[in-house]
Design a protein around this ligand. Structure first.
Ligand code: AMP
Length: 284
């Protein structure tokens, strides 16, 4: 069943979901691909009922053009979900902006203990306030037991965990591995905007993360950083926005390696005007 109204959605869930049943929730912005589907499969393997939201959330875009260009393909999205998920256990919420925001499309302000001030937070002002605002709304309406997020947006995943912890919501946040194209490019709705040549070249993102992973075991943070920057310098069609090695927990960039600490490499690069994001765990 597909709902555009949160009021009708709430009524529906009250009737449909038995008190003994659990709800798994997967929030998305649509233009679905196998990365999203992997989250839904995981959710339905863990919970009795799956709720998927499809909503291009305006308050998390710092760039109006990006918001306008974002693909909206709800009918195809629902058809794709139904290929994999039994309709008896599925509810889709695909509202318009007014159903979520009423007359005022504004974000609330959130503090996530500094997780919001680095990388995507520093480069996209207000982004994580928008993310917090939409998730607070969706969590209140859907009241899920568990919610599933991709490690592709690792900073977002950590921020959602922090949000739930700070607000003391009783929701388990699950991180799911990055689903990739055969050559390693992280699946993304943005990949559709790449020419075949750029798609081929975009393999460099994952390849450089893999090389960094190997190199990091034996070398310093500074030199691992240099290695990745040099790989991108050789590819003039690419613009490296950042490659940051950060603590997995605080997401703060690090300059020195310590034993038993979890690190991650975070990358954003542009090709043909498309902004691509990825990350990997690094082991010292
Ligand atoms: P989006 O529709 O881009 O907001 O993404 C919705 C959810 O799907 C987020 O939790 C993303 O991290 C996750 N996601 C997007 N792409 C992938 C992927 N390639 N592998 C795993 N999860 C993904």
């Amino acid at each position: 069943m597909i709902f555009k109204s949160h009021k009708l959605l709430v009524e529906h869930l009250k009737k449909k979901v038995k008190s003994s049943e659990t709800i798994g929730f997967v929030p998305t912005m649509g233009a679905l691909h196998n990365g999203h589907i992997s989250l839904m499969k995981e959710a339905i393997s863990q919970c009795d009922q799956l709720v998927v939201s499809i909503f291009v959330n305006p308050t998390q875009f710092d760039n109006k053009k990006d918001l306008e260009k974002y693909p909206r393909t709800v009918n195809n999205d629902v058809a794709l979900i139904k290929k994999y998920i039994n309709a008896d256990n599925l509810t889709v919420y695909a509202p318009g902006v007014e159903d979520v925001y009423g007359k005022k499309t504004v974000a609330k302000t959130y503090r996530y203990d500094g997780l919001e001030n680095v990388m995507e937070g520093a480069n996209r002002p207000g982004h994580f306030d928008g993310v917090g605002t939409i998730l607070e709304f969706l969590f209140k309406v859907i009241n899920p037991d568990q919610a599933f997020f991709g490690e592709k947006d690792f900073q977002q995943l950590q921020i959602v965990k922090k949000l739930v912890e700070k607000q003391k919501w009783n929701i388990k946040i699950r991180g799911c591995p990055v689903e990739r194209e055969p050559h390693g490019l992280a699946m993304s709705s943005r990949n559709e905007r790449l020419s075949p040549e750029a798609r081929e070249k975009a393999q460099l993102i994952y390849a450089s993360l893999q090389l960094a992973k190997k190199y990091f075991r034996q070398h310093s943070i500074k030199n691992t950083q240099k290695l990745v920057e040099q790989l991108f310098e050789k590819e003039p069609d690419f613009e490296l926005e950042y490659f940051t090695i950060a603590s997995e927990e605080t997401l703060k960039p690090v300059t020195r390696k310590y034993k038993n600490h979890h690190y991650r490499g975070f990358i954003v690069a542009h090709i043909e005007g498309v902004r691509l994001i990825d990350n990997t765990a690094l082991y010292s």
